[in-house]
Each structure stands twice: as C-alpha cells, then as structure tokens.
Design a protein around this ligand. Structure first.
Ligand code: NAD
Length: 352
C-alpha cells in the first residue's frame, strides 16, 4: 500500500426519517439557546415552521439565501443575527443556504447546524464561497464547517425529481474526483465508492417514486459520503470547469455538473484507470463516463451545455479561463483535448 495522509473532519451527524425531532436537543448540545433559522425565499414556510417548532429557542428567521452568497446578503444576515441575539444558526436547505450559514460563521464564529434538503454536500466541507462585484472567491476555513448535521430524508421528498437527479449527480462528481485526487487515500475512497453506489441505487428509484423514503434515505446517505469526500481531498478538472462555466455564464449549478462530469471522466479515463473501475462498479456500468451519462439521459436530465444557454462562442472564453491556474488533474490539462471535451459537452454527445 502506498503511504498516505488522512485528514478527518469533525462532524456530528444525526441521520434518519424523523430525525428533525431532535433539533431542540441538538441546539442544546451546541451550548446554544437562540437559533437564527436560515433559508431561501422558496423555503421560507419550512424555516418558519421550524422556528415555530423551536418556540423560545428560535431567535428569528432570515429567508434571503440565494445562489453564490452575495457579500451584501451575508452582511445583512450577520447584522440580523447580532440584532436578534442569535447564538447559533440553523441552515435548512441546499448548498445556497448552507453557504450563507458558512458566510456568517466565517466572521462571527457562530456555530452552524445544517439540515440539508438537497444532495449538494456543502454541509460536510470547510469550503466557503462569497460573491462580490460579480466575482466569486472561495476559501477553506474549519470555522465554517457545520458542527452538527441533521439528515432527515423526509425533508427531501419535496425536492422536484429533476433537481433530485442533477443534485445527486453533483454529489457523484465530488466522489468521482475524490477517487483520482492527488491526495486520495484508501479511507476517503471507501466513502467515495459507497456514496456513488448509494446514489446510483437511490436516484432511479426517486425518479420513479419521488416520495419513496427508503430511496430518499439512500440518496441522502450517498450525498453525505460524497460531501465528506469533497471536504477531505482536492478537486480536479471537473470542479474547475464547472466553477468556470457556472461563474462566467451564470449557469444552474447542479445541471452544469451533470452535463460536464461524463466528459471529464472520459478525458481522465486512461490516466486514472483504478478510479474509473470503482466508479463503473458503483454504478453497475461497463464504463464510468458512460455510466454517469446514461443515468442522466435515461431520467431526462439535461446532457448538453447548449440546452442550458451556453453558446458556441462561449466555448473559447471558457477554454481560456479553464486553462488559467488549472487545478491538479491526473491527465495534463491541454488546449486541444480540452477544447474537444467542451465541444462534446456542448453537443451532449455520449462519451465514447
Ligand atoms: P440551492 O441550495 O440553490 O437550491 C436550489 C433550489 O431548490 C432553491 O430554491 C431551494 O430553496 C430549493 N430546494 C432545496 N431543497 C428543497 C426541497 N427539499 N424541496 C423543495 N425545494 C428545495 O441548490 P444546491 O444545488 O443545493 O446548491 C448550490 C450552491 O451550493 C452553489 O452556490 C454551489 O456553489 C454551492 N455548493 C457549495 C459546496 C461547498 O462545499 N462549499 C458544495 C456544493 C455546492
């Protein structure tokens, strides 16, 4: 066995259908008694119901989370937390809401309790992002890692099937890149393969029956593991491309991951054969890239960049940006093959 370094991240996880009922206990275990509840405007009702459930342990609701955490929103949320005397924040929602919680924690050290309702996995990472003047900067800081995570599959049955599928493939992308990361290690790789397996099993069931709690539990369990992989090891070409494309052309996050992943796996296929075998095995497919592509296509996810608003002219812009400060990747990132990758993703061709 090759030598390796394993960096475990602290996390207390409460998992299971109905686990939301332990919220009050968990706030107490954080040594807190006045929780600010965060959500997007779309999930305000859920946030308010949570605050009502908490009674005097709720300090207020801030339902203004949006994608990519604008600094102005983060500032308003921090001011509101101070004004209502909050001593912890609860983020109920997807990566956007968790991201707002992280932005608060970054400057106030307020403990965050996350209640994920998508499969994005942000709750398991110390990675934060903030957008100012149209530019998103990201960083790593342990203070933003949620102290407690409550995974209640019952909260995910309302996630529309289309978003469930792309969000699940977003999670698979974390694990796939973790398997061939420069700092990959056998323990994180176990989580990665198991995460992909759980999502590969759960997503088709969710697409057939969105309120199937067992299928939802499988997906949320997979998302947890894939998020933990993202939090533990480095990311490569896929994440670089998605950040570049998403940030430059304001593309939907999970869909962009879904479209790009098969093509990056095809690009890296020969440079990371062991990782590809594990991804394929987890998906019961012959080939990793085709397995991900077929999962997306069979259940109606977008498979081409042109479907989500990218134009042919955008490809050269994306290419230049992706070649600037590239992340480490198992196969060198070079202009001509990267251009071919982007064209295949633009057209939505099944990777050969
Ligand atoms: P999101 O949080 O933006 O949610 C998308 C929409 O779905 C929102 O309107 C939300 O309110 C709604 N929604 C969420 N759960 C729902 C449910 N159960 N039922 C009904 N509606 C629901 O989307 P996302 O894909 O979870 O997160 C994307 C963001 O997270 C991006 O900004 C991305 O950069 C960030 N992210 C960060 C990390 C990290 O480690 N820092 C990891 C993954 C994603």
């Amino acid at each position: 066995m090759d030598p390796f370094v394993y960096n475990g991240l602290p996390a207390r996880v409460i998992f299971g259908v109905g686990s939301l009922e332990h919220l009050s206990r968990e706030i107490g275990l954080l040594g807190a008694s006045r929780a600010l509840v965060l959500s997007t405007p779309q999930q305000r009702d859920q946030a308010e119901a949570l605050a009502a459930q908490l009674g005097s342990r709720a300090a207020g609701v801030f339902a203004e989370a949006v994608m990519h955490v604008p600094v102005e929103t983060a500032r308003r949320a921090r001011d509101y937390a101070a004004a209502v005397g909050a001593d912890c924040a609860i983020a109920i929602g997807g990566g956007s809401t968790t991201g707002l919680g992280k932005a608060i924690a970054l400057e106030t050290a307020l403990p965050i309790l996350a209640i994920p309702t998508t499969y994005a996995g942000s709750e398991m990472t110390p990675i934060y992002g903030l957008t100012e003047g149209g530019l998103k900067r990201t960083g790593r800081d342990l203070s933003v890692l949620p102290k407690t995570v409550i995974y209640d599959p019952a909260l995910t049955t309302s996630l529309p099937p289309a978003l469930s599928l792309t969000s699940g493939i977003n999670a698979i992308a974390h694990a796939a890149e973790g398997l061939y990361a420069q700092d990959a290690n056998p323990v994180v790789s176990l989580m990665a393969e198991e995460g992909i397996r759980a999502l590969g099993q759960g997503l088709p069931q969710v697409m057939r029956k969105p309120d199937d709690l067992e299928a939802r539990a499988n997906c949320l369990y997979g998302a947890w593991l894939c998020g933990a992989v993202l939090g533990s090891v480095g990311m490569s070409l896929h994440h670089k491309l998605c950040h570049t494309l998403g940030g430059t052309f304001n593309l939907p996050h999970a869909e962009t991951h879904t479209i790009v992943l098969p093509h990056v796996l095809a690009y890296n296929r020969d440079a990371a054969p062991a990782a590809m075998r594990r991804i394929a095995r987890a998906l019961h497919a012959d080939d990793a890239a085709q397995g991900v592509f077929d999962l997306a296509r069979e259940y109606g996810a977008p498979t081409s960049l042109k479907e989500i608003g990218v134009t042919a002219e955008n490809l050269d812009v994306a290419l230049d940006l992706a070649l600037k400060n590239p992340y480490w990747n198992p196969r060198p990132v070079e202009r001509a093959p990267l251009r071919a990758l982007l064209e295949a993703a633009f057209e939505g061709r099944r990777p050969m």
